[in-house]
Design a protein around this ligand. Structure first.
Ligand SMILES: [Zn+2]
Length: 258
């Protein structure tokens, strides 16, 4: 019955303050074997670790998100490094570039990303990479800084077929969220091109709620709708997609003990 790993959720957000425990129970009842809850700054990384300590099937990623990396003192990166050594921290993330919101200058974002990529390499952890409207600079950093060697996933993948083909030449994994189910989504043709052994599933809860629940708060139990949609594109049973993507998650996130 345990089928899916939600490799990206934000369980620390206050939208879950009322019913976090119920949300986690509902995920378990719906075949979610593990959830990785993701930090976006020092405070949410701490909360992610707290939640992971409390629930056996929840794991954490810690890091400073590109929209949160302006004016972050070095001491906060040191604290991320300390947190990352916790037994339930399975990745550094989410980190990367975001030229859509542009809350920090490009150079600041690049420096924070590269610093945390080195940290991941030093600690033997994979990266959870956020990339929004920054494909050229992201690809350049992936190549120049050997990010593929560090290992990681391009989360909530977006971009052109050309960009995807370049990423597929690296060793990075690709994950899609509920937005693949949206009526006007063009992500289907990207999903088609990703080999099954490079694919991960995620919800990005509380965001990007899949059809037919679009508009509601997203939660890990809803991963089934995204899984069904992707299994349809791949023309395989959803159980098989679950099995393969869970194996992929365990291969990438070595500390994911399930
Ligand atoms: Zn996220």
């Amino acid at each position: 019955m345990e089928l899916y790993v939600d490799t990206h959720a934000h369980l620390d957000y206050d939208l879950f303050d009322e019913d976090r425990e119920i949300v986690i129970q509902r995920a378990i009842q719906n075949g979610v074997a593990a959830i990785i809850t993701i930090g976006v700054d020092l405070e949410s990384s701490r909360k992610a670790v707290d939640i992971a300590e409390k629930y056996a099937m929840v794991f954490a990623a810690v890091g400073i998100h590109p929209t949160e990396c302006a004016d972050v003192p070095d001491s906060e990166f040191d604290k991320i490094e300390e947190l990352a050594q916790h037994e339930k921290v399975v990745a550094i993330g989410e980190v990367g570039l975001d030229y859509y919101h542009m809350r920090a200058p490009k150079e600041v974002q690049k420096n924070a990303f590269v610093y945390q990529a080195h940290l991941a390499q030093k600690l033997g952890l994979p990266l959870i990479i956020h990339n929004r409207d920054s494909h050229d600079d992201m690809y350049e950093l992936i190549v120049d800084k050997n990010i593929s060697e560090v290992g990681g996933v391009m989360h909530s993948f977006s971009g052109t077929i050309e960009f995807l083909e370049k990423i597929l030449l690296t060793d990075l994994y690709i994950s899609f969220t509920g937005n693949v189910t949206f009526k006007n989504s063009k992500l289907g043709e990207l999903v088609e091109r990703v080999p099954l052994e490079r694919l991960l599933l995620e919800t990005d809860s509380p965001f990007l709620t899949p059809v037919p629940l679009r508009g509601k708060r997203n939660e890990p139990a809803f991963i089934i709708y995204t899984a069904q949609h992707i299994a349809g594109i791949k023309q395989i049973p959803v159980e098989e997609l679950g099995k393969i993507t869970t194996e992929n998650a365990k291969r990438l996130f070595k500390k994911l003990d399930i």
